[in-house]
Write a protein that binds this ligand. Structure first.
Ligand SMILES: Cc1cc2nc3c(=O)[nH]c(=O)nc-3n(C[C@H](O)[C@H](O)[C@H](O)COP(=O)(O)OP(=O)(O)OC[C@H]3O[C@@H](n4cnc5c(N)ncnc54)[C@H](O)[C@@H]3O)c2cc1C
Length: 435
């Protein structure tokens, strides 16, 4: 791996997501050698993936090169590698580019899509955890619109213009809202052969309300916003099968569709090699103590989505969202330096800064400690917070100008089929498998 052994303790971080990046940035300048590994050479800002898949943003505005961070210190190194397994007896990890010894190991591998064992959905559906997957969805949506224009089969045309999304959490809500905006503002101009009323967006949810993790008030408001945009919401509806053309559910609802997007849940993405007792099996996440140490290990830690820290306030662990990941990353950087300097470890305490979701232009919902609000102000705050947390001045600037342009012109600049998806599904399966 071409990593020199120095006299500094070596901290190896697996994963350059929110947690890994927050930790890396805090360790820059400290007296440890930090090695960060990721299968991609960039950090992905997952909350805005839906805008890539619906042509609102180019992918390079939400991705940030890992080496732009590590270049700030000779003690920090990046290697693009897939970590295959951990050998805790030898304090070693095995990767696609060779083995590496660690003094302290931090697992920040995040989560992957959960299909709850439904093979038909895994084989035939689309989902969105990475930039390539978001680009696959973008291509598929646009290719289906192109095909709808030319087909003379009315049943196929209907299926091409039916968009089915499953899971009314923030991702499902944001995606269906953004597809509805395509229908309302782009399709009438770009596709004069399609009557926008022919295009249907169905959002299916197994529970009895949209945005189940948010307050009832926000949930009601988001429901209202989605209906205003023309999204058809089906609550208490569980998908049983999607064979690539037809969705069947536990109710009478059956939908023919060529676009089926699964956004109904995630599960941890652990690495092989640790003792069984380290895992909370049902959640597929590592059980950690208040210092993020994985159960049964002193020098192996987990942070972010992959870590399950049970507290009185969060008996099932912290929510799998960006804030706990960022806060744990920063906190563990401090604790690793405490260990190195022989100081006492500090217990992690999560500060909940609130939850938000956007449904479309001028429509968002925000839950804070002191109450909930929605509408233009919530949307404005949503934009500001997302710009603030995007890494890199260039990315913020490009995203801001794109949003400004889209807002004034009711336009989406990136509706390009750069890499067709249809007909290439098999070659692109690697993108689908990539969690
Ligand atoms: C579509 C979508 C929308 C979201 N929207 C929001 C939102 O609006 N607000 C919010 O707070 N949260 C949102 N989240 C959740 C949030 O993105 C996650 O909670 C957060 O990314 C978790 O950070 P993490 O560092 O634990 O994992 P991640 O950010 O997922 O990072 C994990 C990293 O590990 C790498 N990796 C994994 N396994 C390996 C391996 N074996 N070898 C090498 N590298 C590996 C991955 O490539 C990745 O870079 C969203 C998530 C998704 C998918």
């Amino acid at each position: 791996m071409n990593i020199p052994r120095t006299n500094l303790p070596r901290v190896v971080i697996i994963g350059g997501g929110f947690a890994g990046m927050a930790m890396l940035r805090k360790l820059i300048g400290e007296d440890v050698q930090t090695v960060i590994l990721d299968r991609h050479n960039y950090h992905t800002f997952q909350p805005l993936l839906y805008q890539v898949s619906t042509s609102g943003l180019e992918p390079d505005s939400i991705a940030y090169p890992m080496r732009k961070i590590t270049r700030n210190s000779k003690k920090c190194l990046f290697r693009m590698a897939e970590v295959k397994s951990i050998n805790p007896e030898k304090s070693l990890i095995e990767t696609s580019i060779g083995d590496l010894i660690y003094d302290y190991l931090v697992i920040a591998t995040g989560s992957k899509t959960n299909f709850f064992g439904n093979k038909s959905i895994e084989d035939n559906g689309m989902w969105m955890k990475t930039v390539p997957q978001a680009l696959n969805i973008r291509s598929l949506i646009l290719e289906n619109l192109e095909q709808a224009v030319i087909t003379d089969d009315p049943e196929l045309r209907k299926a091409l213009l039916n968009f089915v999304l499953v899971g009314a959490g923030p991702t499902g809500v944001e995606l269906s809202g953004a597809i509805a905006e395509l229908k309302n503002h782009i399709v009438p101009n770009d596709y004069p052969d399609i009557n926008p009323n022919e295009m249907n967006i169905h959002l299916l949810e197994g529970l009895d309300r949209v945005l189940p993790p948010m307050s009832e008030k926000s949930s009601r408001k988001a429901h209202e916003f989605l209906e205003e945009l023309g999204v058809k919401i089906h609550l208490n509806t569980m998908v049983e099968e999607y064979d690539g053309h037809l969705v069947t559910t536990n109710t009478d609802l059956k939908l023919k569709t060529e676009t089926f997007i699964w956004a109904a849940g995630v599960t941890g993405a652990p690495v092989k090699g640790l003792k069984a007792e380290a895992m909370v099996e049902k959640a597929n996440r590592y059980e950690v103590n208040a210092f993020n140490q994985i159960k049964g290990y002193d020098n192996i830690f987990a942070i972010g989505d992959i870590a399950l820290m049970q507290t009185q306030e969060y008996p099932k662990g912290h929510p799998m969202v960006a804030q706990p990941a960022i806060q744990q990353g920063k906190h563990l950087a401090t604790n690793i330096m405490n260990i190195v300097e022989g100081k006492k470890l500090e217990a992690f305490k999560y500060k909940d800064k609130g939850t938000m979701a956007t449904v479309g232009r001028n429509r968002a919902v925000v839950d804070l400690d002191k109450g909930s609000f929605s509408g233009f102000l919530a949307w404005f705050i949503w934009m500001f917070v997302h710009l603030w947390f995007l890494i890199g001045f260039r990315n913020r600037l490009v995203t801001f100008f794109n949003w400004l342009y889209n807002y004034w012109n009711y336009d989406k600049a990136a509706r390009l089929i750069i890499r067709p998806f249809k007909g290439y599904e098999k070659q692109m399966k690697v993108d689908k498998e990539e969690i």
